[in-house]
Design a protein around this ligand. Structure first.
Ligand code: PHE
Length: 344
């Protein structure tokens, strides 16, 4: 049948045309040519009017079959082109995983944090727990309950930043010890270290800073003696400044400890012979401590007949300055990365 041949021809034409098609647009044009309003199939539908009635059904059926065939050809082709475009896109976006990566700058933990962690490690190993407290503190805990009443001349040693009459930036971490003593209600042993920032009015220069970091320790038990304090500090000295270190205690004064001591380590530069580091004495002062004043135990509910304790406080920057020969305390706060990066 002539018309069937024509249809067959159309399908072949389309097949050949497909071979040259690259883009979806070209495909759309081709589709319009055959299936559009003015396309080949519309033409045939018009022609159907001129046929004798008995031929119409057969002709219509043939057109429908051919149309379905061509539509499915288009659909196949659409998905082929789509797939090809996706593949091209993927090929364009391929990531070369063999390229060397871009380097991100890696920070260094601040030296103060490192020293705190080192000291914490040592003390945790000895059964201490870590206690922290607020940097804005009550005069009551920072001074009063530490045996430093308002009129006490030793308050001058710690010129303070007051916020109100009763609130100040803590001048040491000893108030954390008072808080812990009070919390424990007078009948529990205590073994803590308290690291943290402290503040004292000072004119900043190479050796002075209005802000620094302390670690204080407090041990309260039925028997905790000055000898225990000395043994503990010897361990700290060895850990921070080497196995050969020795320590010595000199009498000193703090209102919150009695007796009080100043603690020196044997000079790690000359091993005690005397050099510029230790100003010829063979010893370097590192911290203060002593036996907790009974008045403080009593005021916080501990019976000083059954409990005694020792405490000490050490400056973190001081430890680092000595250990690494840092000549300006301000280096800890300026946050010059060249300084920080040296202690990775
Ligand atoms: N709180 C003291 C200071 O900051 C240090 C210290 C702590 C001394 C504990 C003795 C006992 O100077």
């Amino acid at each position: 049948m002539e018309i069937k041949e024509q249809l067959h021809q159309s399908i072949q034409e389309i097949n050949t045309a497909f071979k040259t098609i690259v883009t979806i647009n070209e495909l759309n044009d081709l589709k319009a040519k055959y299936l559009g309003k003015k396309g080949v199939f519309s033409q045939w539908m018009l022609e159907m009017k001129n046929l004798p009635v008995e031929e119409k059904p057969q002709f219509g059926q043939a057109i429908n079959i051919a149309k379905a065939e061509i539509m499915s050809l288009f659909e196949d082709f659409y998905s082929q082109i789509e797939q090809r475009e996706i593949n091209e896109q993927l090929a364009k976006e391929v990531v070369d995983i063999s390229l060397p990566g871009r380097k991100f700058p890696v920070g260094a933990k601040h030296l103060v944090s490192q020293v705190i962690e080192e000291v914490e490690d040592l003390f945790i190993g000895m059964g201490y727990t870590i206690k922290e407290g607020p940097e804005i503190e009550q005069d009551l805990y920072n001074f009063e309950m530490l045996n430093l009443p308002k009129s006490h001349p030793a308050r001058d040693m710690q010129d303070s930043f007051y916020i109100t009459e009763e609130l100040l930036l803590r001048t040491h971490t000893s108030p954390v010890q008072i808080r812990t003593l009070l919390e424990n209600g007078g009948n529990k042993p205590i073994k803590i270290i308290c690291p943290g920032k402290v503040y004292r009015r000072d004119d900043d220069d190479q050796t002075h800073s209005h802000q620094f970091t302390q670690i204080e320790a407090l041990v309260v038990d039925h028997e905790s003696t000055l000898a225990d304090l000395k043994g503990t500090l010897l361990l700290l000295a060895k850990k921070m400044f080497g196995e050969d270190r020795q320590i010595r205690l000199r009498p000193s004064y703090f209102p919150f400890t009695e007796p009080s001591v100043e603690v020196d380590i044997s000079c790690y530069k000359c091993n005690g012979k005397g050099c510029s580091m230790c100003k010829g004495s063979g010893w370097i002062e590192i911290l203060g401590g002593g036996m907790v004043n009974n008045a403080i135990l009593e005021a916080t509910g501990y019976d000083s007949k059954h409990y005694q304790g020792f405490a000490f406080g050490v400056g973190v920057e001081r430890l680092a300055i000595l250990r690494y020969g840092i000549d300006d305390i301000r280096a800890f706060y300026i946050n010059d990365l060249r300084f920080n990066q040296q202690f990775k």
